[in-house]
Write a protein that binds this ligand. Sequence first.
Ligand code: GAL
Length: 981
Amino acid sequence: MTSEPTAHDYLESLSPGRGRERPRAAFTSDAPALNLTGTWRFHLAAGLPQVVDGFQDAGFDDSGWGTIPVPSCWQMEGLPGEPRFGPPAYTNQVYPFPVDPPHVPDANPTGEYRREFLLPGNWPEGRTLLRFEGVDSCFAVWLNSTLLGNGKGSRLPTEFDVTDALRPGRNVLAVRVHQWSSGSYLEDQDMWWLSGIFRPVTLLSRPAGALTDFFVHADYDHLTGDGTLSVQADGPALLTVPALGIVEADPAGPHPAPDVIPWSAEQPHLYEGELVTDGERVPLRIGFRRIEVVDGVILANGRPLLFRGVNRHEWHPGTGRTLSHEDMLTDVLLMKRHNINSVRTSHYPPDSAFLDLCDAYGLWVVDECDLETHGFGLVGWKGNPSDDPRWREAYLDRMRRMVERDKNHPSVVMWSLGNEAGTGSNLAAMAAWTKDRDPDRLIHYEGDYNCPYTDVFSLMYADHGEVGLLGRGQEAVAADPALDARRRQLPVILCEYAHAMGNGPGGLSEYQELFEAHPRLHGGFVWEWIDHGVRRRTPEGREHFAYGGDFGEPVHDDNFCCDGLVFADRSPSPGLTEYKKAVEPVRITVDTTSRTIRVRNLLHTLDTAHLRFRWSVEDNGQPRGDGELALQPVPAGADGVLLWPEALNKLCDAPLEDGEERWVTVVAELAADESWAPNGHEIAWDQAAVVGPAPEVPAVVRPLVPVLADGTYTLGTAVFDSASGTLTALGGLQIDGPRLDLWRAPIDNDLRTWNGPLAEAWRKAGLDRLEHRLVGLRPHDGGLEVVTRTAPAGADFAMRTVFRWAVDAEDPGLLQLALTTEPLGTWPCPLPRIGIRMALPGDIETVDWFGLGPGEAYSDTTAAVRVGRFGAAVDDLQTPYVLPQENGNRPQVRHARLTGPDGAGLTVTGYPHTDLTVRRWTSEDLDAARHTSDLRPRDRVYVNLDAAQHGIGSGACGPRTQPQFQLDARPVTLTLGFRPC
Ligand code: GAL
């Protein structure tokens, strides 16, 4: 069965659709609505030649067809097992089809959907609309065999008037959805290509007198504290807002609203209201606020706005871009609980229910249009639709549909034209239309560096140096002097920065310092919120998250889609914890010299009255006392200083045992339940040492002398192989003695570093295949000295390491190691790490430590960790990055106990401290694994004790690790104590 090709002309037509209703605001009302989500009949055709002729006829027999849930993305059906309807495919920039606009491949999977519904008997007279919230990428619709029209623009709503086609009783809806269309050229976002009716479908009664559209203007004047409300309704209506004393008034007003509580992300106050017409009642939730640029600064309600933001794609590991209300709420709550105050809806308008949540819980939103043509960049931007007038209507249509749908959300403060669509007159036209339609919001677009029509200068992945220059207004000059002058007046945001792929991102705190130092800088949006991992099962049933290439896609971008602050299952990654701390909106400084506590309130709106400040003192990680601080509320933008309370002074004056450390911690936590977190939820903290870690190494007063027998040296309870000098046992514990270790399983930032992957340089240098040679083994009166030379094959550079082992007769259970290592020759690249690695028996299952924790941290990701006593199972010390890579380091560990079920094991002491990593597999295993399911515990536990590691950075998409966190081959010392327990 085939159909006439002409019947499908709309597919490759540049027209955004036919037969559609004019775009309008999303709103609910008490007019009847019929939810058409649920189980639909479904048939997938391989392409147009295979579609089923007549499927749209009401009488068509679909009993032989399968079913599919609506909404859903058809490629996700069947997962985590085998995809039932063709696999998902992931590309970043490259189009997965030839760049031949507006044509698409013949192999164009086409989903045919059918659904019957009964029209309720009391369905009112008047108009009825059929509303699709999102269909990817192009579709045609029939009701009762009547063609209603077609549409494109996947993440935007489309409505059809079905009044004439609707029947009393049984109705049959048929929808044909094409995976590829001319619209696909405009939807080249970095994400999985997924298709289908992926957002809800509703039948809406529009009774006589019902509204089609309305636009709420709720302005706030911070100088007077007054609001002004005006609602432009497109038909007769009466406005009631009880809290403002507005009763059945003309919506247009303008209605003065004296002394209103303005809407902000911190105080998302919404005034409940209602529009009443002859046909329906429409609930309103009104937020008064003003967003503007004054003297190059973005002001919200008269105060500068600092975005602590994230880029959010819609993602669920089982359902793709179809999200439940619960998923959306989880995102909002997680963001709020991690001090995030804003979202860029990269790179398309989200389900509008998400914006309702942003209004209610408080998040500033940059609403981005469903537009990206990045793949044209790979062909030199030749034929880019952004500058081709034939595509203008398609561009404008997308912008109109976003702005009209979302215009009544107070949370939306900026309209973004799209992402990575090059430059061109169609973008300028979108901006012009938007400014005219909604002059009260700002316009964003990053892709045109001249910023001719935007209200902000937006950049991606600028390094710290460039951000500093921008902050000081010293950025490079743009080619056109007039545009340069204009751009210099614009506020700056980083619409993407700190690429959160795998382990990381590093360098967040240094960005935040810049944002907080320069008024022109308004913060940014971390790339990105969530990993787009697909939940999948191996044939043996091991679950993991799949990424590009796992479904056999011929063109793909590997795991580049897994770069979120939360894993695909929405569990926070260490990056999110780090971000929470880096962007904390209240900065506490505990000063041990002046014995003061300074609180800098960086909030936009609120004073600190909603926070409780608590102090505590720990000696060597043991709690000594705590209390509350009596801090007068500090207004937004102000500082408060407080002397230490007497009880804290007293505790800090108490004597301390030799070698112990004393730390004062002050936290700010919620003083009452909020809608998004309970009373006691921590917002910010600081910690300072009254007495810091003791650097002294215990003196060896009466050293034991190594005893040689049966091919071993014995030193106290330690046994060394006399041929290799390696430690093999300690107090009966079998040990694969420490060797110098310079390797780490490359993290994504090492693997994809801009301007040349670091991991390639490492492998070229041979860091993953080091050879060790015993240079000298010298038993002497003070202990055992082992000298090694470590180098890759073919290289003339090396590390020379001296292990000095000693045991004091006064404390024969303690084996001490003083290690020094130094480079010989010139190393061609920075080193991943400098430390030692050893293996312990596999029954070690718990680690308790005193040091930084509780989470993992590296030199440039230490904001979120604090000094304390922590404990975790070895398995819980691992961070399951989607692509296995170095993880789990606990820095500055003073003591650690590694024990098995019977409490026996090993104590490690660092003088003054060491970095510690404990895992059931080796770095080589991590390096070789492609998915978490490839990692299998060995029968040993591997322990890395490091003097230093190369920083994390965010080089997978962005600047290299900052120079101060680069680990060059250099001499280091590592002084440790080992004691069996
Ligand atoms: C940006 C782009 C994002 C994403 C990111 C890298 O250039 O806007 O969509 O691809 O890079 O993960």
